[in-house]
Design a protein around this ligand. Structure first.
Ligand code: FES
Length: 106
């Protein structure tokens, strides 16, 4: 099980074990990580699972599709590192992934 680290906007750090095949959003929700909401349950329709993915890990996951990019453009404070964490599926390759969380999901 790879370890994923979530860093809240205020700097608090949460490192958790992630089950292969789950979405990163589900990992965060299951571990009650503050700052990840996941209102739509992972259907890529709410944008409340926004996070900033470290560049090393970002290179190991498929690029965002046009629908995800459109939704991210409406997220709070998007950057080039922004992803919807419900669209990232955990694999062994994601060991050490770091997700910085935005100040707000709304
Ligand atoms: Fe709704 Fe990711 S949980 S877009």
């Amino acid at each position: 099980m790879p370890t994923i680290t979530f860093i809240q906007y205020d700097g608090r750090v949460h490192s958790v074990k992630a089950e292969i095949g789950q979405s990163v959003m589900q990992v965060a929700v299951d571990n009650q990580i503050p700052g990840v909401v996941g209102d739509c349950g992972g259907n890529c329709s709410c944008g409340t699972c926004h996070g900033y993915v470290d560049k090393v890990s970002a290179a190991k996951i498929p690029a965002a599709d046009s629908y995800e990019r459109d939704l991210l453009s409406c997220a709070s404070a998007p950057t080039e590192d922004s992803r919807l964490t419900c669209q990232i599926i955990v694999t062994d390759a994601l060991e050490g992934m770091i997700i910085h969380l935005p100040e707000s999901q709304y």
